[in-house]
Ligand binder design. Structure first.
Ligand SMILES: Cc1cc2nc3c(=O)[nH]c(=O)nc-3n(C[C@H](O)[C@H](O)[C@H](O)COP(=O)(O)OP(=O)(O)OC[C@H]3O[C@@H](n4cnc5c(N)ncnc54)[C@H](O)[C@@H]3O)c2cc1C
Length: 477
């Protein structure tokens, strides 16, 4: 067989692809990355970074308006979306050099701008150049899925790929989709002064999280003025720039019309796996996407698929985790290495909602014997000092106390969850957590206090009787 030019060729230079490229090059592999658009992918340009930056400005605006909660004079910050979006662009510009072609070329990676396709099992052709490699990694990410709503093709709409380019004021916004992206954007725009309506065919927002946790976020958003239409099917949409009308049908069959200046579609994601010449490479696909085994290998043993393109959890940290697995396979030949099943995630609404491992709903649906413990933030001193007492932490354990999952809704829930990420991944028993000293007064006290609930449950009347008996036997000192 002819000598292969590269050890690894990565197709798609986003969150996952760039970790493979940088890691591979650092470990001495000859690596190329093929990118059709801009290195950095969705996370940097259209996803995590711009959304979290927008959310921060929206949060500050909200707190200024409600400063009386901290006994300060409230002021109307009069948000100017153009200015806010300029900050979003500046934050992206600040991070961009980490993901730039120059940086990657400096690391020894061959960065190829273009869109190509497989022409054989170990050949990928781009710009007329045939790249051969021992390992290929498909890391092409995903794009917004646009539902086939009658009239959508003639109506101007925003997606995550265009919403951060907005510079004009958004007087009113209809958001299609009450998942994480739709919910985050709905609250942010509301706080920046838009009238916001969320439309979803599901019966509640954030359907992958437990209803009791979601309700805390939902009621906060309703209180802030976000309107929700659940169980709604969209009959049609029409409009021009600055004026959109959407007809929806409720569960009761009644139709109503919503009007807004802008429409945002946040109704799921589609993996970017078309036009890659997968047939020529013997990579099978099915309805769900690329056929992939539990080690991220496609039906061609030289080709892996990672991140959003793999069709599982669509998060940056998952794409990065996948990248580590592929590097282990491709460089160290640790072919038994599999992705972890313990995946944390966080929705960055206010309050945040974060979760790792098994949820209470999943434990019920899968008929897994379990116990649930909760602890509220209003019993955490730091939460009181912050004036942010909404929400609670919840853990799901086996009857013997082994942690199966944890979820937190409240201030900085995403940061707080990290401890439970470790505990669940390590299969720890909940009773170990109260033994770990948690700095006072931190919000992380909630992690200890919720696990205390499990410990206290062990104090049955019989155990208490034994303790009293031991005290009596010991007598006076
Ligand atoms: C609004 C929004 C907010 C989000 N917030 C979060 C968050 O807070 N936390 C989180 O963990 N995740 C978040 N995500 C998800 C996160 O952005 C993705 O999971 C992550 O970017 C996936 O990484 P990836 O490497 O699979 O794909 P990407 O990072 O998207 O990279 C794919 C790359 O492949 C390129 N490409 C596509 N097709 C081809 C081709 N044929 N040839 C060459 N190149 C190609 C693309 O141009 C892109 O650069 C968010 C997503 C959105 C949309």
């Amino acid at each position: 067989m002819a000598r292969l030019e590269f050890d690894i060729v990565v197709i798609g230079g986003g969150a996952g692809g760039l970790v493979v490229a940088a890691g591979g090059a650092a470990l001495g592999a000859k690596v190329a990355v093929v990118e059709k658009h801009k290195l950095g992918g969705d996370c940097l340009w259209y996803g995590c970074v711009p959304s979290k930056t927008l959310i921060k400005s929206a949060r500050i605006a909200h707190e200024m308006r409600h400063a009386d909660r901290w006994n300060l004079s409230p002021i109307d910050p009069k948000p100017d979306l153009a200015q806010v979006m300029e900050r979003v662009a500046a934050v992206i510009r600040g991070i961009e050099p980490n993901d730039s072609p120059e940086r990657f070329r400096g690391l020894g990676v061959d960065v190829i701008q273009g869109e190509g396709k497989f022409t054989g099992p170990v050949t990928f052709e781009v710009n007329g150049r045939k790249l051969t490699a021992r390992t290929f990694v498909i890391a092409t990410g995903s794009r917004p899925g646009v539902p086939p709503i009658p009239g959508i093709d003639k109506t101007p709409y925003l997606t995550n790929e265009t919403v951060f380019d907005l510079r004009e004021p958004v007087r009113s916004l209809i958001v299609v989709g009450g998942g994480p992206i739709g919910s985050e954007m709905a609250q942010a725009f509301r706080r920046l002064g838009s009238e916001v309506t969320v439309v979803d065919m599901a019966s509640r927002m954030l359907p992958k999280d437990d209803p009791d946790l979601v309700e805390v976020v939902h009621s906060r958003m309703v209180e802030e003025g976000v309107r929700f239409h659940f169980d709604a099917s969209i009959v049609r949409v029409a409009g021009n720039t600055g004026s959109v009308a959407m007809t929806i049908k409720g569960k009761d069959g009644r139709e109503s019309t919503l009007e807004a200046t802008h429409l945002l579609i946040a109704a799921g994601r589609k993996a970017n796996i078309e036009n890659l010449g997968l047939d020529a490479a013997n990579v099978k696909t099915e309805k769900k996407g690329i056929v992939v085994d539990d080690r991220l290998r496609t039906t061609n043993p030289s080709i892996y698929v990672i991140g959003d393109a793999a069709g599982g959890y669509q998060f940056t940290h998952v794409a990065e985790h996948h990248a580590g697995i592929v590097l282990r396979h491709a460089i160290f030949r640790f072919r038994w290495s599999k992705p972890s099943k313990v995946v944390p995630w966080c929705t960055y609404t206010d309050p945040e909602l974060a979760r790792v491992g098994l949820s209470e709903t999943e434990a019920q649906e899968q008929k897994i014997a379990h116990r649930v413990y909760r602890f509220p933030f209003d019993d955490i001193d730091r939460a009181r000092a912050e004036g942010e007492t909404e929400g609670f932490a919840k853990i799901v354990t086996t009857p013997s106390g082994k942690l199966l999952g944890a979820a937190i809704v409240g201030l900085h829930a995403g940061e707080l969850l990290a401890e439970y990420g470790l505990a669940v991944a390590e299969g720890m028993n909940a009773k170990k957590l109260p033994g770990v000293i948690h700095a006072y007064p931190t919000l992380a006290q909630v992690n200890r206090r919720v696990a205390d609930q499990r410990l206290k449950e062990g104090l049955t009347p019989t155990v208490k009787k034994w303790i009293q008996r031991i005290f009596r036997l010991q007598g006076a000192p």
